[in-house]
Write a protein that binds this ligand. Structure first.
Ligand code: SF4
Length: 219
């Protein structure tokens, strides 16, 4: 397993490779961010952005999502996976925001996770991107990269990956590390064909060494 120092070194390298890493979900405020993140579960940011481009023209506030039938909202987001549940959740969270939070997106884990369709990962993205509060959302890229590099163990759950990253990285690095790891996983350490041969982290990467043997290059 990588030490704290090695983990920090890896993240710094990823930040050098992707200095412009940022949240790729288009939004103009925290409420739009929340809706976009809920829509993004098991779906690409590109597709979410395509849908929200028109969705956010039609709906601006929580009230607007409750002014239409759930069928109409389902229709508006139909091209997104799990659209039926997501439409119900967006109406549910809009209702709760109005009833409990004066129509505002709350800024704590517990309050965010009390909203329908909002789990730990969504709450972390909203806290970090929307409010600038240090948080480390573990998505599929962050999990894969952490496991390949042996920052954590292969068998770790998503919660354990998050806890390990929070233990190994100083708090002030969490938000930027999250974006850097997503870009690194999305564009370099890809699920199918990681670019190990040209990876600056190859010399300390568990998976990279394995790939070197299988694909026949120097690890
Ligand atoms: Fe990913 Fe390969 Fe780099 Fe390891 S060496 S971090 S598996 S691209």
């Amino acid at each position: 397993m990588l030490t704290k120092q090695q983990t920090i070194m890896c993240i710094e390298e990823m930040e050098r490779m992707f200095p412009m890493a940022h949240c790729e979900l288009e939004h103009r405020n925290t409420f739009e961010l929340l809706v976009a993140v809920v829509l993004s579960a098991q779906c690409t940011d590109v597709l979410v952005n395509r849908v929200t481009a028109s969705l956010f023209e039609k709906y601006h506030r929580p009230e607007d999502y409750l002014d239409v039938s759930v069928e109409e909202l389902m229709d508006d987001i139909r091209s997104i996976g799990l659209y039926k549940n997501k439409a119900k959740n967006i109406q549910g969270l809009s209702r709760k925001l109005l009833k409990t939070f004066d129509g505002q997106v709350p800024a704590t884990h517990a309050e965010l996770e009390s909203l329908p369709g909002v789990g730990r990962k969504t709450a972390n993205v909203v806290l970090s991107v929307g409010f600038g509060i240090p948080a480390l959302a573990v998505d599929t890229h962050v999990e894969r990269v952490s496991k390949r590099l042996a920052i954590c163990r292969w068998k770790d759950s998503v919660t354990e990956v998050e806890q390990t990253l929070m233990r190994k990285l100083p708090k002030e690095m969490w938000s930027d590390a999250h974006h850097a790891m997503i870009f690194f996983g999305r564009y370099h350490c890809k699920a199918r064909k990681p670019e190990c041969q040209v990876c600056p982290l190859l010399s300390i990467c568990r998976e990279g060494k394995k790939q070197a043997k299988v694909r026949g290059f120097d690890g």
